[in-house]
Unconditional design. Structure first.
Length: 295
C-alpha cells in the first residue's frame, strides 16, 4: 500500500503487535501514549511518538501524511474520551483518511447462554464495560454516518499472546483452583491473528462495517487452563464450582456472560483466516516462549 501512514491512538498490547506487521511492509508508524515509558518505547522502535491524554488535541505535525487511524483507548463514564478532542481533526482530514478502526469488545452482545452470536445479533450489554463500549461504538460510527469517515468497528474477545496467556498464568498460579461454571464458554483470539485481521481490513476497507475477530472454537476457561498445564507438564490444579468460589464483583461479572462469537463475516469479507484457529494451536506456538528454562 503506497505512502501508508498509520496513527495509533494508544500503544497498548494490540498496537504493539500490529505495528511490526505494518512497518515490515514499509508503512510509516506514529503512536500516542500518556506515559513517558511508553513514549520512549515507541521512539526506540523507530516510530514517531506523541503525548496524548485525551485532554487536548494532538499537534498539527502528528497528522502529517496520516492515512490510517486505529484507536484502542477505552471509554470512560462519559463515553469515548478521544472524540471530544479529535473529532474535528478527523473530520478535517476526511478526504485523506483511507481507514479508521476502533477496538471494541464482544461484551456489547451481553449474555446469550452459550448460543452463537454474530454482527447482526442485537446488542444488549449487561456489564458496565459493555455498555460503555457500545456507546463509544455508536459515537465512532456517527462519524461515518454523518460525515462519511471510513470507520470500522472490531469487536474483540479475550486476547492472548506472548507474555499474556494461560501458560503464563499456569506458571504463576501456584495450583490455584480453577473455577468451573456449567455451560460457560468464551471466545478468544491470538494477538497476531487479531493484528492480521486489522491489516486485512486496511487493505480492503468497508466503511461503516462491524467485525467480530475471534478464533474458531469458543471454549470453557477451565478447559483452556487445563490444556496449558498439560503442555507445561504441570499437575492439573483442583476444580471448584463457581457457586462455591468467593470473588470480587468485577470477577463475578466476568462469569455473567456466556456466548459463542462467530467470525464468519471477517473470513468472508476480509479473506482472513486465523493462523491459530483454536487455543490449542495458539498455546503450542507460545510454549517455547513461556516454558521455564532448562525444561
Amino acid at each position: 500500500m503506497s505512502l501508508a501512514h498509520i496513527l495509533f491512538l494508544g500503544f497498548g498490547y494490540v498496537a504493539m503487535h500490529t505495528a511490526p506487521q505494518l512497518a515490515g511492509a514499509g508503512w510509516r508508524i506514529s503512536a500516542t501514549a500518556r506515559d513517558e515509558q511508553t513514549l520512549r518505547a515507541i521512539a526506540r522502535a523507530g516510530h514517531a511518538a506523541y503525548f496524548f491524554d485525551t485532554t487536548a488535541p494532538l499537534p498539527e505535525d502528528a497528522w502529517q501524511g496520516v492515512t490510517h487511524v486505529l484507536s484502542s483507548i477505552p471509554p470512560g463514564p462519559r463515553g469515548d474520551p478521544v472524540l471530544p478532542v479529535l473529532a474535528k481533526a478527523l473530520r478535517a482530514r476526511k478526504n485523506r483518511l483511507r481507514w479508521i478502526g476502533y477496538l471494541s469488545t464482544v461484551g456489547v452482545y451481553g449474555d446469550h447462554g452459550g448460543a452463537w452470536v454474530d454482527e447482526e445479533t442485537p446488542c444488549r450489554p449487561v456489564s458496565e464495560r459493555g455498555k460503555r463500549r457500545l456507546a463509544a461504538e455508536r459515537q465512532w460510527l456517527a462519524l461515518h454516518e454523518r460525515h462519511g469517515l471510513p470507520v470500522h468497528i472490531f469487536r474483540l474477545p479475550g486476547i492472548y499472546g506472548p507474555g499474556r496467556n494461560p501458560l503464563r498464568k499456569a506458571l504463576d498460579g501456584a495450583r490455584k483452583a480453577l473455577v468451573v461454571k456449567q455451560g460457560q464458554v468464551f471466545s478468544r483470539i491470538h494477538v497476531d491473528d487479531l493484528a492480521s485481521a486489522l491489516v486485512a481490513s486496511m487493505k480492503a476497507p468497508r466503511a461503516g462495517r462491524v467485525y467480530n475477530v475471534t478464533d474458531d472454537e469458543p471454549a470453557p476457561p477451565h478447559e483452556v487452563a487445563l490444556y496449558a498445564h498439560a503442555l507445561l507438564g504441570l499437575a492439573p490444579p483442583p476444580l471448584k464450582p463457581f457457586e462455591e468460589v468467593e470473588m470480587s464483583p468485577m470477577a463475578r461479572s466476568f462469569y455473567g456472560e456466556s456466548k459463542r462469537v462467530s467470525n464468519r463475516r471477517a473470513k468472508a469479507e476480509l479473506r482472513w483466516r486465523p493462523r491459530y484457529p483454536t487455543y490449542r494451536e495458539g498455546l503450542r506456538a507460545l510454549l517455547p516462549l513461556e516454558r521455564p528454562r532448562g525444561t
